[in-house]
Design a protein around this ligand. Structure first.
Ligand code: FES
Ligand code: FES
Length: 132
């Protein structure tokens, strides 16, 4: 049911934890399953120097947060903004249909963290929309 990559990121999640005094923090929840995800970004000169996550949720949510953090590490803010749930799923070689919403949580948490960063610094990131 789950690909090798999903199992790997679930069993050995990358970048789990938190960043004290993070440049941006985004927390999102899924109303249906009740899972919660939080992403911390450490940004310097528009580059994501470090990223950590905490997920209170299912295995697919853990795996997608782990992969999402891997995908944005070292990237620019603009590049990170373009990391969609589709990109995260592709990097994991796919997810079962019923678990697609878990990858959406990762995308939303990332966007929310970027939004928080932009707000704190009084900048506008083109194309970024305010999280719900
Ligand atoms: Fe709890 Fe899946 S949401 S086990
Ligand atoms: Fe809700 Fe996975 S079951 S995030």
């Amino acid at each position: 049911m789950y690909t090798k990559k999903v199992m790997d990121h679930f069993q050995n999640p990358r970048n789990m934890g938190e960043i004290e005094g993070a440049s941006g923090v985004g927390t999102v929840g899924n109303a249906k399953c009740g899972d919660i995800m939080r992403i911390y970004l450490d940004i310097e000169d528009e580059i994501i120097k470090d990223v950590k996550f905490k997920t209170f949720g299912c295995g697919a949510a853990v795996a997608t947060s782990s992969m999402a953090t891997e995908l944005v590490k070292g990237k620019t803010v603009k590049e990170a903004m373009e990391v969609t749930n589709k990109a995260v799923m592709e990097a994991l070689d796919g997810l079962p249909r019923a678990k697609v919403h878990c990858s959406l949580l990762a995308e939303e948490a990332l966007q929310a963290a970027l939004w928080d960063y932009a707000k704190k610094n009084g900048i506008v990131i083109e194309g970024l929309v305010e999280p719900k």
